[in-house]
Design a protein. Structure first.
Lengths: 315, 525
């Protein structure tokens, strides 16, 4: 198992290097530069040149890439000009917020999705199945940002049950209940689509398994239905559910970008969007590489989890 | 497992979650605390170092922490003494001597004196200064004509300019001229922008990244103490969310209300505040080549576009029709006799026929957003429709703001016939000097992207810049406006009225024509 994990980790290195090249080239190629973003209407060629020199952007592309990569390997992601602080400090600050949001969402969509799928499959074509299938269809069809806005209108503006946006109350907040109040809406909005996808997949995976002979055997020998479903069938179905959980985790992480904007959640997604609009090259590059590294790591974890469940996969 | 038991369980789960939700949500109804003003900003500030920032968004915080030698008198764009008690200008207009207040200390306890003023300007302008590396200082060119800053005595400081430069005082009143504590810059170096120390009515308390910047009442302030204990600036980048926060009572004051959202704040509980500012929204016309090289076609465009409709329907009354290149907010320099080009499509057709430009194909650069650009896409579409209606064939190319500036600032030649643009400035000199002179063509490093050239306008602008008498400057600017309106190098479209919404718990709030947000006197109940 240890060798398998090491092998997977080693294979991540070229992927990450490739990502650094791609994100660096994209940032170098998109029109508009940081100096124009800083100076706005005052961006005369002369002023632009001076700012670019101050930011070290007058060096050749290849040299800039290797300086950046070299610094990054030593843990120095550079300094964000638009926020005037070290890129890594900003990313770590922001990543915590994203992890809380995406993590909560992921747990929500995994639990709700699997439970809904299992219940659906257990009483195929029953009332519960129909209700769940219908709800899931709606969940999948509504864009998350729209759902988020509608939730804000209903629960924050009209009913005033929950705060509109942010992560903590500006005054007198900062404790766990305060965080939860701010977390409910964005986490639900972010989880909606993924829950639907997982529920659908869990349902079909369960139906597949429930048709197997050993399930009939289990029932025949008098195993209680609850144990048949959750003990025997679900465990087997998990093998095909887990890879989808991995994909949905990535989806939740990337979906956090627009949910973070709607709910002004201080996470990495919002940071990246702001950074792109301001052409804050180092912040975009550092942020993308960091998120990509997490994504790759997460995929490795999913693969490892899957190989633990189904030893046939480890080849 | 029967359906009934499932339902019972589901019911139980649902009841529990509703209870949990209720328990969590009750305290959220609490209002913002009295004495603390919570302001919804449009973005996170870049830095709180006045020399390093360029955005109005950041200036809104800075002007409450810092003060300059002079400031814009409340409600106007006229310069009045602030940290300086007065000044003298030499006959030739190149030496400015300021007498400083003697009772002022920075928030860190260090004295405000002539040495501090010298430190500020040397840091920005002198590349050898030990703290020049705390930049870059993108707007340092506002003081580009300053040759030296001298300490005459503890409370007297003298600026020597390389040439007479009339906007100097006005630039000193701009946030770039706010005075920072030298001791704090020395202590914090590159991190100064997150540890700001000024002399203003509020002191810096904390900056929680992406959540809030908090400033508190300065108990030691030399003037009248501030009306609130603290002000919290919250960055809420999404306009819809900002509106929702305002409606839900999460913020007490929001700036830059989207025009379409204004209607939601008409009822009780809110107050909408408006103030015209030194802003002009216009179309740059390419006078070098193509149909707009002919003055009659440029005038035709001014007649053809229904500016009233744009201002009232697209912008929902948040702007007024512009008459010329200078916004009326510069009251002393504004030519009252100029009327906007009326909406007259027939006249436009006549002019086009005279110039033989019927059916001309035009490329129109439109931006998606950007500082002061209001609602550029709907505005661009409305303009396109008006021009097509008089027989021109306009095709729009849309760019994201930074890309747009990268295309427009180097000049429109060979690319486009017209482009949207907007400026907010602090002095009537700035925009025409940078964007209408022959020597301001992009090849010379200016912003005259449409290559307008009129020697008479050049002469008037050069004279106005070196004239030290305001009445004389006003006369020159008024003459310039009349000529430029006739020559029509731009389509003059709109002057924006900035707006803000406050809750009814906020008192004494007003907006300044300078677009700065002075919160000293505001009271929050």
């Amino acid at each position: 198992m240890g060798r398998y994990i090491l092998k997977r980790l080693a294979s991540a290195i070229p992927v990450l290097l490739g990502i650094t090249v791609i994100v660096f080239l994209i940032m170098a190629m998109i029109p508009g530069d940081p100096a124009t973003a800083i100076l706005g209407s005052y961006a005369t060629p002369e002023n632009v040149e001076k700012i670019n020199r101050d930011l070290g952007l007058d060096k050749p592309l290849v040299q800039r890439y290797f300086i950046w990569l070299g610094n990054m390997l030593q843990g120095d992601f550079g300094r964000s000009f638009s926020l005037n602080r070290p890129v890594l400090d900003e990313i770590l600050d922001r990543f915590g917020a994203t992890l809380i949001l995406a993590g909560t969402s992921f747990v929500l969509c995994a639990v709700l999705g699997i439970v809904a799928g299992v219940v659906s499959a257990a009483r195929q074509y029953g009332l519960a199945d129909k209700a769940i299938t219908f709800t899931v269809l709606i969940g999948i069809s509504i864009p998350a940002f729209f759902l988020g806005m509608m939730m804000i209108l209903l629960f924050a503006v009209k009913l005033r049950w929950l705060p509109v946006s942010g992560m903590y109350a500006i005054y007198g907040g900062g404790d766990l209940p305060d965080l939860l109040r701010h977390l409910i809406m964005p986490a639900l909005a972010l989880a909606a689509v993924a829950t639907g996808v997982i529920a659908r997949l869990s349902r079909s995976a369960m139906l597949e398994v429930l048709r197997q002979d050993y399930i009939r055997t289990a029932r025949a020998k008098g195993v209680p239905e609850r144990r048949v479903i959750y003990g025997h069938a679900l465990r087997a179905a998990m093998v095909s559910i887990i890879p989808v959980l991995g994909i949905q985790a990535g989806f939740v992480l990337s979906g956090a970008v627009y949910i973070e904007i709607v709910f002004q959640w201080p996470g990495v997604g919002r940071m990246l969007v702001d950074a792109i609009l301001k052409r804050d090259i180092l912040l975009v590059q550092g942020g993308v590489v960091f998120v990509a590294a997490c994504y790759v790591l997460f995929n490795i974890m999913v693969d490892v989890a899957q190989s633990l469940l189904d030893p046939r996969i480890k080849t | 497992m029967t359906i009934l038991s499932l339902t019972r369980r589901t019911l139980f789960a649902a009841a529990t979650s509703v209870l949990a939700l209720g328990a969590l949500s009750l305290p959220a109804q609490a209002q913002t605390p009295p004495g603390v003003l919570i302001v919804g900003q449009i973005a996170e500030p870049k830095s709180l170092d006045p020399a390093a920032v360029t955005a109005v968004n950041d200036f809104r915080i800075l002007v409450n922490l810092y003060e300059g030698l002079v400031r814009y008198a409340p409600g106007t764009l006229e310069v009045e003494p602030h940290l300086a008690t007065g000044w003298e200008v030499s006959e030739d207009g190149t030496v400015y001597t300021f007498t400083l207040r003697e009772d002022v200390t920075f928030h860190d306890g260090t004295p405000f004196d002539a040495e501090a003023v010298k430190f500020n300007f040397d840091r920005m302008l002198n590349e050898d200064h030990p703290y020049h590396d705390t930049g870059p200082f993108p707007l340092a060119f506002f003081f580009g004509s300053v040759e030296s800053t001298e300490v005459v005595d503890t409370h007297t400081v003298r600026f020597t300019l390389s040439e007479p430069y009339a906007p100097f005082l006005s630039n000193l009143a701009y946030p770039t001229g706010l005075i920072v504590s030298p001791a704090a810059v020395e202590a914090n170096g590159a991190d100064y922008g997150r540890n700001p120390v000024g002399t203003g009515p509020f002191t810096f308390a904390e900056w929680r990244s992406n959540e809030a910047v908090v400033i508190e009442r300065n108990a030691e302030y030399w003037g009248d103490p501030a009306g609130t204990e603290a002000v919290v600036f919250r960055p809420i980048t999404d306009a819809n969310t900002r509106v929702a926060e305002m409606l839900a009572g999460g913020i007490d004051l929001m700036v830059e209300v989207p025009p379409t959202a204004l209607g939601q704040f008409q009822g009780d509980g809110f107050e909408v505040v408006e103030q015209a500012g030194p802003h002009v929204w216009f179309l740059i016309l390419n006078a070098k080549e193509g149909p707009f090289a002919d003055k009659r076609v440029r005038q035709a465009a001014n007649y053809a576009i229904n500016k009233e409709a744009i201002v009232n329907d697209v912008l929902e009354g948040t702007a007024e029709v512009a008459a010329g290149p200078t916004p009326p907010a510069f009251a002393w320099a504004y030519n009252e006799e100029l009327d906007p080009y009326p909406y007259d499509p027939d006249r436009a057709r006549e002019l086009l026929a005279e110039a033989g430009a019927e059916g001309a194909e035009l490329t129109f650069y439109v931006t998606e957003g950007g500082s002061g650009m209001l609602d550029p896409i709907p505005m661009g579409t409305a303009i396109q429709a008006d021009l097509n209606a008089v027989g021109l064939d306009v095709s729009i190319e849309t760019y994201e703001w930074n890309t747009f500036l990268g295309e427009v600032n180097p000049g429109l030649e060979g690319k486009a016939d017209m482009a949207e643009m907007a400026w907010m400035t602090n002095d009537p000199d700035t925009l025409p000097y940078l964007a209408l002179r022959t020597e301001a063509w992009p090849s010379e490093g200016g912003f005259n992207s449409g290559y307008y050239s009129n020697p008479e306008v050049d002469r008037l602008l050069e004279q106005a810049r070196v004239a030290t008498d305001q009445a004389e400057r006003a006369r020159l600017y008024k003459e310039m406006q009349a000529i430029v309106q006739e020559d029509a190098p731009w389509v003059f479209v709109a002057n924006w009225k900035q707006n803000a919404v406050t809750s009814d718990r906020v008192e004494n709030f007003s907006l300044e024509p300078s677009f700065l947000l002075m919160l000293e006197d505001v009271v929050k109940n």
